[in-house]
Design a binder for this molecule. Structure first.
Ligand SMILES: NC(=O)c1ccc[n+]([C@@H]2O[C@H](COP(=O)([O-])OP(=O)(O)OC[C@H]3O[C@@H](n4cnc5c(N)ncnc54)[C@H](O)[C@@H]3O)[C@@H](O)[C@H]2O)c1
Length: 319
């Protein structure tokens, strides 16, 4: 199988590429990435000489390039996105461009070349906040930020290409990921790096917003199942059992790094800050998937990875 992975130099995409190349030695991957501030080829150093792997520098908004690459492959797996909510509040435009227009380009090329499968990596944030209970795949979309709205828009486009053009699409909506290679603008790596530099860890509001945390390997594993066993046209939620407030997450990291709570600084809440995300995963569990990594184990290996790689990690350019 030949796969075009877009956004593969980022956090989840790079973990996905390494996983697929290891598990399927006959698969070939082309990675198209624009190397924005959060894309990093060092995330892929262990596969850069693999003859089944090719990197192409470029933008999913570049129609000609996208068309030429999609022509060569059987499947498209789209990770490319602007993904940080805070940035989407400060400057929404790149989110609309990449997350919607870029997806449109990928869909058009996929339609033209009649590709076997189009997997769109979406997010649980498209459902918005839920105080109690969980959203399933049929729940209405109710995004709160320009980021989640752009992802919801992309999901709608993908579904329309399935219904109207019979494009063989799949969509996944995963909860918050953590693990190696995550750009340090996101809560967990930012917290670890700030502690290492003896800087404060800032938390929005009262720190009681709840997220479901999934280790990136569990997400990547789920994507493998969806790509190979998922029913065409369907949406699959992906999450773990690890519900934590942001404060609990920071306490665990401080505890693991043997630091006290004085490092925490509460700051004014961000506008439209969702209180709690939660999705059901009954559907993906029928594909013989379940999360394996407990939060305690995942955080330990994440902290250890950042300690080992501290010298190679660039400071957050957006914080
Ligand atoms: N991180 C999470 O917790 C999470 C959870 C659920 C879903 N997702 C989704 O998973 C995907 C990957 O997220 P991530 O955390 O790895 O993001 P990331 O920011 O680490 O990586 C995004 C990658 O996309 C590339 N990119 C951005 N714009 C591009 C463009 N126009 N053309 C080509 N490449 C471009 C970047 O250079 C980067 O390598 C996103 O679509 C995101 O919405 C993320």
């Amino acid at each position: 199988m030949q796969i075009l992975v877009t956004g593969g130099a980022g956090f989840i995409g790079s973990n996905f590429i390494k996983f697929i190349l290891k598990k399927y030695p006959n698969y070939k991957i082309i990675n198209l990435d624009a190397l924005t501030y959060c894309g990093n080829l060092k995330n892929l150093s262990e596969v850069e000489n693999n003859s089944n792997y090719e990197f192409v520098y470029g933008d999913i908004c570049d129609k000609k390039l996208v068309n030429a690459l999609v022509k060569k492959v059987d499947c498209v797996v789209n990770f490319a996105a602007h993904s940080h909510v805070d940035n989407s509040i400060k400057s929404p435009e790149p989110f609309i461009k990449t997350n919607i227009e870029g997806v449109f380009n990928l869909l058009e090329a996929s339609k033209e070349h009649n590709i076997e499968k189009f997997l769109q990596i979406s997010t649980d944030e498209v459902y918005g906040s839920i105080e109690k209970g969980s959203f399933d795949e049929n729940s209405p979309l109710n995004p709160s930020s320009p980021y989640s709205a752009s992802k919801a828009g992309a999901d709608m486009l993908v579904l329309s290409y399935f219904k109207t053009f019979n494009l063989r699409t799949l969509i996944t909506r995963c909860s918050n990921n953590y693990g190696p290679n995550q750009y340090p603008e996101k809560l967990i790596p930012l917290c670890i790096l700030n502690i290492l530099k003896n800087k404060n860890v800032t938390l929005y509001g009262n720190g009681l917003n709840i997220r479901n945390w999934i280790y990136v390997d569990d997400h990547v594993n789920a994507l493998d199942k969806v790509l190979h066993k998922g029913k065409i046209g369907e949406i699959y939620n992906i999450a773990s059992d690890n519900y934590k407030t942001n404060l609990e997450v920071i306490y665990l990291i401080l505890d693991y790094m043997k630091k006290d709570k004085n490092f925490i600084e509460f700051i004014k809440d961000r506008p439209g800050h969702d209180m709690r995300y939660s999705v059901t995963c009954d559907k993906i569990k029928k594909l013989d998937w379940q999360p394996e990594i407990t939060f305690e184990k995942g955080i330990k290996s994440t902290v250890e990875w950042y300690l080992r790689n501290f010298d190679n990690i660039t400071d957050c350019k957006t914080c």
